[in-house]
Write a protein that binds this ligand. Structure first.
Ligand SMILES: [Zn+2]
Ligand SMILES: [Zn+2]
Length: 564
């Protein structure tokens, strides 16, 4: 059977199809993959990721889209698989450079709309809603949106038909046999494409380190119901605000055990409003207690859903944990449930928050040590194998993960032996071209991360972050001198201001530093003294040598010269 088992423009064999990953291959987050067919490019997802703590003052990280900017005229569309931040979060930043139509399902676009409204970009952006199970033509591509299950709603995989064959991109998925509402995972369509012939499969590697199957979303019900039923007082439960299925189950459980629900936290309230208005969330009448009524409501009859499961600063959970929330406090015998994964990197703030809950003598439940209160939204090994077996691709490219995840996913595919051509381990910026008979590695394109300050929407240069890191480690030293513009003489003793260098007395050292500055100025000739950039550099170099000799620190040295 031909890999081009369809009758679409088979005559055009000179066309080339390239895949250009720009994010999510080598890290978790900022997912983005460009597909180029001749002179047309589509972009799959435009995600962000949260910065590691070394990136001081950076609010978020997005992919470098230099390649797309260089080929701006060729980019036809951005196609979204689902509404998680690691798939849509970069949109407000990249649409300024790349104003192209965005395709996504109803709920995904509702979340996008919210982001674009906040960024003032909604009027200038074209949003095109797609229906799972239907075909959409984005010339020269034809895309089928395949319903998949995951930890949020309205998620799709993509089957992208090209003259060279069909590309399948799974998006994020797990295979949930008993999903909570919504469409089931459409295994049949994957199988149909597999029978027809799949040129390349791009599949989610997130949970490749886990054997077996990821449990169904429904697996959390028994333990959560048990906890809500037996809780002596109020229940405060936190999950991701996008976990609409989890929220639905908590509402259903509350209703069964005779409790009402209250929602606190902006992202939680926003997402619940959106999902409810679109009928993705069923909330019985009279079920909701307003935040301002929480304090006066019988604590034995209440479940509070709060955002901030990762202990984000200023989030509801972080505030509640230190009695700093307007409407909610946690008291002795209240139940606190963290129904979410503790994302690596967030352990410190999360455990600090939980410690504060314990200090208040709350009954605290987190992770699954005492029964299943959270399940993952990503496929484990057996589900990943199933997708590989169904698609039987010619080429397989693992996506969504750090390098070891991609590597292990490749190894899993190798073990199965169902990839007829080649398994390609790729990282961001590496390019592969598919032709009629093989796949070629091509020259890499610019790729990487762009650091963003979410307040100003400005890009932060790596050099700025380096300075911040430097400041945080070694402090700053500012020598201040006053030079008479006419005589070239110093009119006062140099002053030295430091921050972040000494906890008590660096006085002796600073007296020495003043002498250094004096000597540097005295030993300069009158022309140098008139050129302040030269003087600043001389002072900086001499002080640096002095400080290095006497301490292990390398402070940022910023000479200031006052004109008198
Ligand atoms: Zn996701
Ligand atoms: Zn994701």
């Amino acid at each position: 059977m031909s890999q081009n088992g369809d009758n679409h423009s088979l005559s055009n064999t000179s066309q080339s199809l390239t895949a250009i990953p720009l994010g999510g291959l080598g890290e978790f987050g900022m997912n983005m993959l460009a597909l180029r067919l001749g002179d047309a490019i589509i972009v799959i997802d435009a995600g962000m990721m949260f910065p590691e703590s070394e990136l001081l003052g950076v609010d978020l990280v997005i992919p470098d889209i230099t390649y797309l900017k260089q080929n701006r005229a060729l980019v036809k569309a951005i196609v979204l698989t689902h509404g998680h931040e690691d798939h849509i979060g970069a949109l407000p930043y990249i649409l300024r450079d790349l104003n192209v139509p965005i395709y996504g399902t109803r709920f995904t676009l509702a979340l996008v709309k919210k982001r674009l409204e906040e960024a003032g970009l909604i009027d200038s952006t074209t949003l095109r809603e797609v229906i799972p199970g239907r075909l959409v033509e984005i010339d020269p591509f034809e895309i089928e949106f395949i319903p998949v299950t995951h930890s949020t709603i309205d998620c799709v995989a993509l089957a992208i038909r090209t003259p060279l064959g069909v590309i399948i991109h799974t998006g994020d998925f797990k295979i949930d046999q008993t999903p909570v509402g919504g469409a089931p995972f459409d295994l049949h369509t994957f199988a149909r494409y597999g029978n027809e012939g799949v040129l390349a499969l791009f599949s989610d590697s997130t949970n490749v380190e886990r054997p077996g199957f990821t449990p169904s979303e429904r697996a959390v019900v028994p333990r959560l119901e048990d906890l809500c039923r037996s809780a002596p007082r109020r229940v405060v439960l936190s999950c991701f605000a996008s976990s609409i299925h989890r929220i639905q189950q908590v509402i259903d459980i509350a209703s069964r055990v005779g409790r009402k629900v209250a929602f606190v936290g902006r992202s939680m309230v926003d997402n619940i409003e959106i999902a409810h208005s679109m009928d993705y969330l069923r909330i019985p009448d009279g079920m909701v207690v307003r935040p301002q009524d929480i304090r006066s409501f019988d604590p034995k009859r209440l479940v509070i859903l709060a955002s901030g499961s990762q202990a984000e600063p200023m989030s509801s959970m972080s505030r509640i944990a230190v009695d700093n929330h307007r409407f909610v406090s946690v008291d002795e015998n209240d139940t606190v449930i963290l129904s979410a994964r503790i994302i690596p990197g967030n352990e410190k703030p999360i455990f600090r928050m939980l410690d504060n809950m314990f200090r208040r003598r709350a009954l605290v439940y987190y992770e699954n040590s005492a029964g299943t209160i959270h399940v993952s939204g990503h496929a484990s090994q057996e589900e990943q194998k199933l997708i590989l077996q169904l698609c039987k691709p010619k080429y397989f490219i693992p996506v969504h993960g750090e390098y070891r995840h991609l590597f292990r996913h490749a190894a899993l595919a190798h073990q199965l032996g169902c990839v007829s051509g080649e398994i390609l381990l790729m990282e961001d910026g590496q390019v592969v071209e598919f032709t009629e008979d093989r796949a070629y590695r091509r020259d890499p394109v610019t790729a990487g991360r762009v650091l963003v300050d979410s307040g100003s929407l400005e890009e932060i240069e790596e050099a700025v972050v380096r300075d911040r890191k430097h400041l945080s480690e070694d402090g700053v030293l500012v020598p201040i001198i006053a030079i008479d513009k006419h005589t070239g003489r110093m009119d006062m003793q140099p002053e030295i201001v430091t921050r972040g260098m000494f906890s008590d007395n660096g006085q002796e050292l600073m007296a020495g530093a003043r002498d250094i500055v004096l000597k540097t100025v005295e030993q300069s000739n009158s022309e140098e003294k008139m050129d302040w950039s030269v003087m600043k550099e001389k002072i900086r170099v001499d002080l640096k040598r002095y400080i290095n000799k006497h301490t292990s620190k390398r402070p940022l040295i910023l000479p200031v010269i006052l004109e008198v």
